[in-house]
Design a protein around this ligand. Structure first.
Ligand SMILES: Cc1cc2nc3c(=O)[nH]c(=O)nc-3n(C[C@H](O)[C@H](O)[C@H](O)COP(=O)(O)OP(=O)(O)OC[C@H]3O[C@@H](n4cnc5c(N)ncnc54)[C@H](O)[C@@H]3O)c2cc1C
Length: 429
């Protein structure tokens, strides 16, 4: 039976002829061999939280939702082996029960671990790379019919390609991940000035484990998010924190955004108003509770990183351009720091990177806004987040990613019949 699929950000709307929920690795291999035999395209879906065309297929869509949980653990050596469909929320809770945690995370926990790793999902902090840097080994079902385990010491090229692989090499079934002992974080959110947030970018990154800021267009204001490790007791704000989170940050923001969508003239006051409404306070809790936020207001998002030394110039040009072009936008820009890595097509490959994300409320025009900001990113050697909206072509990927051709070659070796490639992937690989 055909099934209509839409992603979270409503940038994809397609019909797959079959959605399959394997419960064993043998079933995963059978799906791949069926697809090869019948010349069908197979794509794997995590939680559908990417905006780019990665999961679209007219044929077989594979969900690992029935393949979740921790398989084995060594709490002394700090690793776990986990099923690839495990959602980050479940993984965080299961690790916590074992006295363990992931060292860093992004700002939501609804993705599957494979979905998050495959697009280079990241958090913030100068000592932390993308989440894929936490991988020790990967087990992958290849379209050629093998189930292989790869690591730094075992088939290194395939390992480096599979760490961030856009789901293009095969279906990943297991990850062995580096973890750390469970730890608490102290999180302070406050209103600050954009000049301070930029000029003292290194200072904040040195002082805090995880530093990020949101800049509100048409204002001088930012929300500063400052996070440090702590051994102090939990202080989660109880009911009032939940009330703030659900009612003010999500329901209130949704109302304001709807108002902005239907009242074209008010985007500037709304941006100012949003800045004034940022949560102010300090909270302490276990790391997985602090990293994850609720996102009930839907939006379109584009995110690029630029090399650390080019950050100040790039953000200044973006801010000046938004003001000069007077784009109708009330949603903030998010700025984060990610440490360099050696993953084959990681956006942070070979360079410490500053990620900058622009957002537009669903239903409001984003094309001209994103196109203009994207061309600024390109001037500063920008590389896009693979899960977020971008218009990069194969030639452009070849220019900014030194290993793009090598990755494409490995893709062809793993998948000689091209069953993992949909139209989007064919266009960029
Ligand atoms: C509200 C919101 C907040 C976000 N916050 C952040 C953030 O803080 N930091 C950040 O970096 N990103 C963030 N993102 C982006 C998000 O983390 C990525 O787009 C991520 O890939 C989504 O995970 P998913 O499970 O939904 O995967 P999907 O979008 O469903 O799939 C992503 C890719 O993974 C592949 N895949 C999934 N499972 C497998 C498997 N078993 N084997 C092989 N390939 C597989 C898919 O084929 C696809 O190529 C956010 C997105 C949203 C909507």
């Amino acid at each position: 039976m055909s099934i209509r699929i839409q992603n979270w950000g409503r940038s994809l709307d397609f019909t797959a002829s079959q959605v399959l929920y394997p419960t064993t690795e043998e079933e995963v291999l059978r799906i791949l061999s069926n697809a090869t035999y019948n010349h069908k395209t197979v794509r794997t879906i995590g939680s559908g939280h990417s905006w780019t065309g990665l999961i679209a297929t007219p044929d077989m869509l594979v969900s690992l939702d029935h393949w979740q949980g921790i398989i084995s653990v060594d709490a002394q050596k700090n690793w776990v082996e986990v099923k690839s469909g495990t959602k980050l929320l479940k993984l965080g809770n299961d690790l916590w029960n074992l006295g363990l945690a992931m060292e860093n995370l992004g700002d939501i926990d609804v993705q599957s671990i494979a979905g998050a790793l495959n697009t280079g999902t990241h958090g913030t902090g100068k000592h932390f790379g993308t989440l894929a840097t936490q991988i020790i080994s990967i087990t992958i079902a290849l379209p050629t019919g093998e189930l292989v385990e790869v690591s730094e010491t075992n088939n290194r090229d395939l390992f480096k390609a599979a760490q961030i692989s856009l789901g293009a090499l095969g279906i990943i079934t297991r990850y062995k991940l580096k973890v750390v002992k469970a730890f608490k974080l102290e999180y302070t959110s406050k209103l600050g000035k954009v000049r301070d947030a930029i000029d003292n970018f290194d200072k904040y990154n040195n002082e805090y484990r995880n530093y990020e800021f949101y800049w509100f267009p048409y204002t001088e204001e930012v929300q500063l998010k400052l996070v440090s490790e702590t051994i102090k007791p939990i202080q989660d704000g109880g009911f009032m924190r939940d009330f703030d989170d659900i009612v003010i940050e999500n329901m209130g923001y949704k109302l304001l955004s709807e108002w902005s969508r239907t009242h074209p003239k008010f985007y500037k006051p709304f941006s100012k108003f949003s800045a004034r409404g940022v949560p102010k306070g300090t909270w302490r809790n276990y790391s997985n509770k602090i990293f994850a936020t609720k996102r009930w207001v839907r939006f379109k998002e584009m995110e690029y990183n630029v090399p650390r030394p080019r950050f100040e110039e790039c953000i200044q040009e973006i801010m000046d351009t938004i003001h000069r072009r007077d784009f109708r936008v009330h949603m903030p820009l998010e700025i984060r720091y990610v440490k360099s890595d050696d993953i084959m097509i990681s956006p942070a490959n070979g360079r410490d990177a500053v990620y900058m994300a622009v957002h537009q409320y669903l239903g409001m025009d984003y094309e001209e806004y994103f196109k203009t900001i994207e061309s600024i990113f390109w001037k500063y050697e920008g590389r896009p987040h693979f899960g977020k909206m971008n218009t990069m072509t194969k030639d452009q990927f070849l220019q900014v990613h030194p290993n793009w051709q090598k990755f494409s070659n490995i893709q062809r070796e793993c998948d000689p019949k091209g069953i993992m490639l949909n139209d989007y992937l064919k266009s960029i690989l």
